[in-house]
Design a protein around this ligand. Structure first.
Ligand code: B12
Ligand code: SF4
Length: 542
């Protein structure tokens, strides 16, 4: 008998990230850092739902095992799995190469097991997965809990899965067939998100040597339509059949927080803006959080748009552990409007001032490389960044802010599959470089970060885009040094790394012209070794 009925695997982004010569550049400081080893919160609710209905199930965070232990033998681990169904998550697009590779290996070692895939990205590419990758038996589209339960029951009773909902599969004659979606959830109160006993390894809940942090979301879906987001209202409607977001009641969220605290969590990120659930919902939730968040060191909330004083006052009443995330993405109002965020810099600044007035720290994030962005208007982003830093400093000096802040952060973007820009790139100002899953996998299997960016914009080709991203990184370092967030030695080290990234992008371009794969790989490895040696000799940690 198999040890489990279902093993849900969270894969690494790339199965070979520990051996391949990779250049992570502006995307992260090491290949380990960009394996995205947090399990999607919905994977745990799938596990709990199956467990509740009598199935033996575990979430196996393979990506985390490989990140935490450089000597971890992933092949031997996959070989030793024992389950009737191996369900591999392909939620975040970044996992496309890893998820497909894990599926291939699972089928090779366990030909008798049924290999299933699911998650947002698998949902977008469901037909292609079944058509092109014969080692995947089925894709479960959209929300996973109920369809996977129906799938398990059908498999157990008759072995006949073809009538179960949300399914894309191959018929005996090799035809690709899809069944209809179940009606989408109207709320999330039937699910549980905090059964840590159903996940292994335990380091993947929160990593060792980091604050005990866990994420919850107030809803599944969104009311906004940011052009590049695969979790937008339009994407959920089209791909998940969800007409409006499904909310979790405040009573259930407060129960989640109690469970998290009982399991040692001290930092909770509560994602998506409670105001999307309406005034009454938000007020009830915030009042409940005021009572429940005692014992937490930090509770973060999202603001997806400007807020009035009444709302900020309610947030402040939760207590001093509250932090707000507000993500302006750009300082250019025209670029932000094009992205689909309906507010301007003045409204943003006013909201942040209000937050400070009520002693709430605000963290911000800027994207580099949005449609409409140019070397000229990027100065508007830098200007806003400087104003935000100045506001933080001023609020700290006058005692409004007691929590030390890290300043804004920045990073490149990618176009999510299923997003409005993915469906209609020209309309939103982008040129897509990968159009299907196979192209995603090929792109993400390249050695360097700049090759992983899956788009250009109508004004920025790849070279200009890479330059803009790196220039933004350089600005960020200068700004962090000026704001006292980096000591001079650290700023110098970061500057050197960015300069090196510029040179490496050029050199990698040349090495990619080597046609013999082994020779190319060896040359890339030598380049990677040179990079490490150079950074070491300059006292910069890689
Ligand atoms: C909260 C959130 C986070 C949190 C928590 C992430 C987490 N642990 O899930 C944080 C801030 C940590 C985060 C990080 C990232 N996120 Co995020 N995140 C969200 C957000 C706002 C809500 C997610 C959510 O609550 N979903 C609802 C839950 C209940 O469902 P679910 O997790 O999606 O799972 C359901 C289905 O997808 C499906 N399913 C999922 N996995 C599987 C597996 C199988 C086998 C099956 C059958 C089904 C299945 O069934 C589940 C239950 O019904 C969404 C936006 C949105 N509107 O969805 C973005 C979103 C999911 N994130 C996204 C991205 C890109 C990221 C990052 C890669 C960003 C980055 N570059 O660092 C990282 C990845 C982190 C990691 N894995 O290590 C994209 C994904 C787009 C894509 N298709 O690739 C989204 C859509 C929006 C966006 N552009 O930011 N994120
Ligand atoms: S990026 Fe925009 S559309 Fe996507 S989840 Fe966030 S607010 Fe919603």
């Amino acid at each position: 008998m198999s040890d489990y009925d279902v093993i849900l695997i969270h894969p690494p982004a790339r199965y070979d990230f520990r051996e391949a010569p990779l250049f992570t550049g502006a995307l992260g400081s090491s290949p380990e850092q960009i394996q995205f080893n947090k399990v999607p919160i919905g994977m745990l609710s799938i596990a709990e739902f199956l467990d509740r209905h009598g199935y033996r199930v575990i979430v196996d965070n393979l990506g985390d095992r490989m990140v935490q232990d450089p000597g971890f033998d992933a092949d031997a681990h996959l070989q030793a799995l024992s389950a009737k169904v191996i369900a591999i998550g392909l939620n975040f697009q970044q996992h496309a190469p890893g998820a497909i590779e894990v599926a291939r290996r699972c089928k090779a070692c366990h030909p008798e097991a049924t290999i299933v895939m699911g998650g947002l990205t698998a949902t977008c590419f469901h037909e292609e997965i079944i058509r092109k990758y014969p080692f995947v038996d089925a894709v479960i589209r959209a929300e996973g809990e109920k369809p996977l339960l129906r799938f398990m029951k059908a498999l157990e009773r008759t072995g006949e899965i073809g009538n179960t909902p949300n399914l894309t599969f191959r018929t005996e004659t090799g035809e690709v067939r899809s069944t209809a979606l179940l009606p989408a959830s109207r709320d999330l109160d039937d699910f549980e998100y905090t059964r840590f006993d159903l996940i292994e390894p335990k380091t993947s809940i929160y990593p060792p040597n980091a604050p005990p942090r866990y994420s919850l979301a107030v809803c599944r879906g969104c009311l906004y339509n940011c052009a590049i987001c695969g979790g937008s209202a339009a994407s959920y409607r089209k791909n998940l059949g969800m007409e409006r977001p499904a909310f979790r009641s405040s009573a259930k969220i407060l129960g989640d927080i109690r469970h998290l605290k009982a399991q040692g969590v001290r930092f909770v990120g509560l994602f998506q803006d409670p105001r999307m659930g309406g005034k009454v919902y938000a007020a009830e939730l915030l009042a409940g959080l005021a009572a429940e968040s005692a014992g937490l060191d930090r509770l973060s909330l999202d603001l997806l748009g400007p807020a009035d004083e009444d709302y900020i006052r309610q947030v402040a009443a939760i207590g001093p552990q509250v932090v707000i995330h507000f993500c302006p993405d750009t300082g250019c109002d025209a670029v932000r409007k094009r992205l689909g965020r309906p507010y301007d810099n003045a409204q943003l600044m006013e909201t942040i001032r209000l937050c400070h007035q009520y002693h709430i720290p605000v963290t911000t994030f800027f994207s580099a490389g949005l449609a409409g962005e140019s070397p000229e208007n990027v100065h508007e982003t830098w200007d806003l960044w400087e104003r935000l830093d100045a506001l933080d400093r001023q609020s700290q000096l006058c005692g409004d802010l007691k929590v030390p802040l890290g300043g804004p952060i920045t990073g490149p973007i990618v176009i999510d599959p299923g997003s409005l820009a993915f469906e209609n790139p020209e309309k939103y100002g982008y040129r897509l470089l990968y159009k299907n899953l196979e192209e995603y996998i090929e792109g993400l299997n390249q050695p360097s970060w700049h090759q992983w960016l899956n788009y250009e914009t109508e004004t920025l080709d790849k070279t200009a885009l890479v330059d803009l991203v790196l220039t933004t990184m350089e600005f960020a370092v200068d700004q962090r040094e000026e704001a006292g967030l980096y000591p001079p030695w650290q700023a110098a080290a970061e500057r050197l790394k960015t300069q090196l990234d510029r040179v490496l992008v050029e050199e990698i371009g040349e090495l990619m012209t080597i046609t013999e794969p082994e020779e190319r790989r060896a040359a890339l490895q030598r380049l990677r070794d040179k990079r490490e040696a150079f950074l070491l000799s300059n006292n910069c940690a890689a």
